[in-house]
Design a protein around this ligand. Structure first.
Ligand SMILES: NC(=O)c1ccc[n+]([C@@H]2O[C@H](COP(=O)([O-])OP(=O)(O)OC[C@H]3O[C@@H](n4cnc5c(N)ncnc54)[C@H](OP(=O)(O)O)[C@@H]3O)[C@@H](O)[C@H]2O)c1
Length: 323
């Protein structure tokens, strides 16, 4: 598969490395706002062509596009790519609004194109290990998913700068960046909740720096916590009456254990490099392009829509607004 890439951040490099490693993907072109940044990225990642005009890029000689721009741009850029006949794999969150996602899913369908969210959880083989373990720990009444990671951009923010990730104009902030990784497994493992409560702590920029959401089900309470202003050291846990699952990283599903009520610990999975996890996304994307009626594609689309709707609800309850 020949790809074009939008965005020149470190995550784009991880995707390129993973897609090359697992799928032998080719990267033909990159779009950047500036020639300087585009050339730097192209040289570092062995990409032949740099575009600084997004409309020209959209007509480029490649079949698929990986979108890794700030969240606010995902909708317009993905739409332009789909309109130009490109398959799209877009970084999370796939769009800001669920209505935007609905529009683009319909456009992709109409054009016979594949359009998915680049979310590690859904394409990670460890998802099956987790689902299997969940079925083995008895009655689950309480769940705690946490993704709290001290942002490398926080020092710059404290110095008075406004990094993109703390700029509400770009639809960023903690829920959109990290909270989404807690919402995905919650909905995937337990379905849609009956009731949601949520709260956010706001920074002076107006971005949510940390927050929580409690998803209430008839038989369980699923607590989600997330922060960009402090570092979690305990991970996530699922409590059943026959055992507990511990997960070091809820985004990567690495270092997962099942512990029975006698304290016996079974490793479900150890560490997996980030590039490989990104490669799994590319592998699924390419499989869907080859087999568009693959049932898992429909599931991935449906899950993306559910997550987008719940994220919107959590934003509304928490008072998270994007200017
Ligand atoms: N899957 C993961 O683990 C993971 C990790 C990190 C981020 N992400 C997602 O990846 C996406 C990009 O995140 P990031 O941290 O790389 O973002 P970023 O550094 O803020 O921006 C990505 C690229 O977009 C361009 N850009 C920056 N500011 C812009 C602006 N104001 N308007 C238009 N273009 C701009 C820049 O490229 P040029 O200057 O070359 O144009 C930049 O390299 C986000 O949606 C994020 O959620 C995913």
């Amino acid at each position: 598969m020949r790809y074009g890439v939008i965005g020149t951040g470190w995550i784009a490099k991880s995707f390129i490395d993973g897609a090359r490693m697992l799928c032998g993907a080719e990267f033909a072109a990159v779009y950047s706002r500036t020639n300087e940044s585009g050339e730097r990225f192209a040289e570092a990642n062995k990409i032949a062509t740099v575009y600084t005009d997004i409309n020209e890029f959209a007509k480029g000689d490649f079949e698929a596009v990986y979108v890794a721009s700030p969240n606010r741009l995902h909708f317009e850029q993905s739409r332009l790519m789909l309109e130009n006949g490109k398959h799209v794999i877009c970084e999370k969150p796939i769009t800001v609004e669920p209505e935007e996602l609905s529009e683009l899913q319909a456009l992709a369908k109409e054009k016979g194109l594949i359009y998915i969210e680049a979310i590690m959880y859904m394409f990670n083989p460890a998802r099956d290990l987790l689902r299997d373990a969940v079925s083995k720990i008895g009655r689950i009444t309480s769940v705690h998913f946490d993704f709290s990671q001290l942002s490398s951009k926080y020092p710059a923010y404290l110095e008075g700068k406004l990094p993109n990730i703390f700029n509400p104009a770009l639809a960023t902030g903690c829920l959109m960046d990290l909270g989404i990784y807690c919402v995905y497994p919650a909905l995937d493992l337990f379905g849609m909740p009956e009731k949601i409560t949520a709260c956010a702590h706001f920074m002076d920029s107006g971005a949510d720096g940390s927050g929580n959401a409690a998803l209430l089900y008839p038989d369980k309470l699923v607590n989600l916590t997330y922060s960009k202003l402090g570092q979690d050291r305990l991970g996530s846990q699922i409590f059943g009456d026959r055992g507990t699952i511990t997960i070091e990283s809820i985004s990567k599903l690495i270092n997962m254990y099942m512990i029975d009520n006698g304290g016996n610990k079974t490793e479900l999975i150890g560490d997996v490099p980030k590039e490989k996890l990104m490669g799994y996304e590319a592998a699924a994307f390419e499989r869907f392009i080859a087999i568009p009626d693959d049932e898992y594609y429909a599931l991935a689309c449906e899950r993306a829509m559910q997550v987008s709707r719940i994220m919107k609800e959590i934003r509304n309850i928490s008072g998270i607004r994007f200017s």
